[in-house]
Design a protein around this ligand. Structure first.
Ligand SMILES: [Zn+2]
Length: 95
């Protein structure tokens, strides 16, 4: 009799574990379904996000800053400006 009780307990535990597993699978299915059903929407949102960010990055690049030589250059051109003759000459004059 005692053995049977133990077996019953084990079975119950197994069923519980199975239920949890099933629950996980269901949740995954729901997630997948959500993606499938909203694929276009999700893609569109991601593209919009990228586009917005690109605009912000471009705006930042357009921003003008004062180079240490005294020139006013855009951030976009700063790295290029740093190797120009104009910058080098001006820097020599400063020193
Ligand atoms: Zn400069």
């Amino acid at each position: 009799m005692e053995e049977l009780k133990v077996k019953m307990k084990e079975m119950k535990l197994e069923i519980e574990t199975l239920k949890i597993e099933l629950n996980k699978i269901e949740k995954l299915k729901i997630k997948r379904n959500y993606y499938q059903e909203n694929k276009e929407d999700i893609k569109r949102k991601a593209q919009e996000y990228k586009k917005k960010n690109r605009e912000v990055i471009q705006e930042q690049r357009k921003e003008e800053i004062n180079c240490e030589c005294g020139c006013l250059v855009t951030k976009q051109h700063l790295t290029r400006h740093l190797v120009t003759m104009k910058h080098t000459k001006r820097m020599n004059n400063v020193k």
